[in-house]
Design a protein around this ligand. Structure first.
Ligand code: MOS
Length: 688
């Protein structure tokens, strides 16, 4: 089975996304965003909004229902008068149509007591502090040996600071919710990466039992981390539905997504590498400076990949964060590994140049036998195989390392390489499988397909395990009423869900076999829970790896960068569904290209706002930006991660791509761009 099972539904428009669910008598909620970055709401005048025909209610801090579960300040909608960032939802209009609601939202008059705000991250910000841990719960700092002494004594040293900008997730489908109350129970159709998690969190906010909230997310138009948790739109829709006694639809606008649905915080990262003349690392240090909001601490784990990539006896990693008057950062596309590996892998390229060693060879020389900090064995690690396979396929051998030495008419050309990595994990999930007397199977799990092909992958393993054609299986996902499951996030969906599905399918298959295939009239069913299996995993270091190769052309006159060729070679355990996997990997690499050249949310210090506000002002790589791109993988057996042996590929595709492109730009031009994105002006500044 190679086709995507939901493909026909998607191309014919039958696939239903959250906002499209038909409900009788729907009303529409439209949020009013704060226009200050810090301060207090003094007064709200809803008179003008309420006078618009079709307006049903204006919800503000003065009249909003009290929410009992306000642990997450981003979900404590209209529960106080303080404003923590520009764009925060401070009121909402509910009306008969979205047009009326939007029009009336502009007529809600809010007076503020504005306070001075601070939205600018600097490396010496006095508010920087050491958080107790970094995401998701890694140690903040690590150290081994004597970094300072070894670095000072090193024959070759690299000491460079890299910067990545704020970036916004921007899935094609904006966040949207339809909320329906029936008595004390709430059903929400929501665009989410995790129906089970969203149901639990929404129930907590409204003080309900988990079973009183049902979340349905049949099709999701991308998430990229931004839909890993419920956002303000879910709470607003449910609150507005309660206030008006009507089902309520609420869609976040593209412009509002720059404030309320999460983003990647900007980072300032200093990397120091000390090596012998042979390129073997003796000292390695990665110091990360990051920002979070005043509402919540969210510290991106950007130095954690540095802890396991390369051998070096003397090493240190640190993270510091400052609370600014900015929207709360959140999970975005390989959080941590993606910006962190831009810095580390760029520094490795600088070290290769400083040592006069080929950058592929440099990485091979620094391959660790075990996890360099914990001493744990790797469950499986094939980075060197990826580098060698990639070098062969890409035609790396014989590369002239001289920067700025190749020109074809007006184009300067170059190539670059970088390593990739992402943790390989699974989280407890449950599944139920049933068979009827007539031989129809059902597989039930509250997984989510956010456009990755999860449905197809789950059908592949279910059909294989049950020994029946996929067409005989009715797979149900995307509903919190199904057995609870891990979110589609952290590259853990496939490993987590296939584990539960295969376990349940095996149990059912054994029942059927025990009866010699005779299914009783009431059918048979089996339930699986992987909590104990995952709890019993050995103490191994588990990661996916990859090698990214890039070719670039840089216009010598304009600084325009083109990427004629990208190749990624990955080692990620079993690839369950090859066609979807390749698509997901080249999607990740395209995001990496986008990060390298385009994506940048710039902060306006005066208003405290990311003023990009749409996809014209926030450029994401489009088809014309991508030329020859390919992703392949090597055969890898992963013994730990469940019966499928799948490591997950959601995020490893993006990691390293930006460093490979930046290194190729250096090779083409001799200009090392250490702050993303690689804009024209940065290349022309050094090349007048
Ligand atoms: Mo992904 S950023 O872990 O949803």
């Amino acid at each position: 089975m190679t086709g995507r099972v939901d493909g026909p539904d998607k191309v014919t428009g039958r696939a239903r996304y959250a906002f499209e669910y038909p409900v009788d008598g729907a009303a529409y909620a439209w949020a009013v965003p704060s226009v200050i970055a810090r301060g207090t709401i003094r007064s709200v005048d809803a008179t003008g909004a309420l006078a618009v025909p079709g307006v049903l209610a204006v919800i503000t801090a003065d009249n909003a229902p009290r929410l009992p579960g306000t642990d997450d300040p981003e979900l404590a909608l209209f529960q106080g008068r303080a404003v923590a960032y520009r764009g925060q939802f401070v009121a909402a209009v509910v009306a008969e149509s979205p047009e009326v609601a939007g029009e009336a939202a502009g007529r809600v008059v809010i007076e503020y007591d504005q306070a001075a705000h601070d939205v600018t991250l600097t490396a010496d910000h006095p508010g920087l502090y050491k958080p107790d841990f970094v995401n998701p719960r890694y140690e903040t700092d690590t150290a081994a040996g004597n970094f300072d002494g070894a670095f000072a004594a090193a024959a070759v040293r690299v000491d460079a600071t890299y910067r990545t900008p704020a970036e916004h997730n921007h899935p094609m489908e904006p966040h949207a919710t339809v909320a329906v109350w029936e008595g004390g129970t709430l059903t929400v159709y929501d665009s989410t990466q995790g129906p089970s998690r969203t149901a639990g969190q929404v129930a907590a906010v409204f003080g309900l039992e988990p079973g009183q909230v049902r979340v349905i997310a049949e099709h999701v138009g991308g998430g990229f981390g931004a839909k890993g948790m419920p956002r303000a739109n879910v709470i607003l829709a449910a609150m507005a539905a309660r206030v008006t006694g009507r089902p309520v639809k609420c869609a976040v606008t593209r412009s509002q997504m720059f404030a309320v649905t999460g983003h990647r915080a900007p980072s300032i990262q200093r990397v120091r590498l000390g090596a012998g003349p042979d390129g073997r690392l003796t000292a390695l240090c990665h110091d990360v400076i990051d920002q979070t909001s005043t509402l919540k601490e969210f510290t991106e784990q950007s130095a954690v990949a540095t802890r396991h990539m390369y051998a070096a006896p003397h090493r240190r990693t640190t993270h510091r964060v400052v609370r600014l008057d900015v929207p709360t950062p959140s999970w975005m596309r390989a959080p941590g590994e993606c910006p962190g590996m831009f810095a580390l892998e760029s520094a490795m390229d600088e070290l290769a140049a400083a040592c006069g060693i080929d950058p592929v060879e440099l990485r091979l020389r620094n391959e660790p036998a075990v996890h360099p900090e914990t001493g744990q064995p790797f469950s499986s690690r094939h980075l060197t195989a990826c580098l060698r396979e990639g070098a062969a396929r890409f035609g790396w051998a014989g590369r002239d390392p001289a920067p700025g030495a190749r020109r074809e008419r007006r184009w300067l050309t170059g190539t670059g390489v970088a390593a990739s990595t992402y943790p390989a994990r699974a989280m407890p999930s449950q599944a139920r499988v049933t068979v009827s007397q007539s031989g129809c199977y059902q597989v039930l799990i509250a997984a989510a397909d956010i456009g990755t092909g999860a449905r197809t992958a789950l059908l592949v393993v279910a059909a294989e395990t049950l020994g029946v054609p996929a067409a005989a299986i009715d797979l149900r996902i995307g509903d919190s009423a199904l057995p609870p499951a891990m979110i589609a996030g952290g590259s853990m969906g496939t490993a987590s869900w296939t584990w539960a599905v295969i376990k349940a399918c095996r149990a059912l298959r054994d029942q059927v076999r025990a009866r010699d295939g005779a299914v009783p009239p009431g059918g048979l069913s089996a339930h699986a829970d992987t909590t104990a299996d995952i709890g019993a995993l050995p103490a191994h270091a588990r990661y996916a790896f990859g090698a990214q190769f890039a070719e670039v052309r840089v216009d010598a006159d304009t600084g325009e960068v083109r990427v004629p060729r990208l190749l990624g070679v990955f080692a990620a355990g079993r690839i369950v569904s090859p066609a979807q996997a390749r698509s997901q990997l080249i999607g990740g690499m395209t995001m990496g290209l986008s990060m390298a050249l385009h994506e940048e949310s710039s902060m306006d210090p005066q208003f405290g706002d990311y003023p990009n506000h749409d996809l014209a002002g926030y450029h994401i790589a489009a088809h014309a930006d991508v030329q020859d791109i390919d992703a392949v993988w090597i055969d890898e057996e992963e013994p730990d991660l469940g019966p499928a042996g799948a490591k997950g590929i959601g995020e490893v595709g993006i990691v390293g791509t930006a460093a490979a492109i930046a290194s190729a730009v250096y090779h083409a031009t001799g200009i090392r761009v250490r702050d993303l994105p690689i804009r024209l002006d940065k290349l022309l500044r050094g090349n007048p």
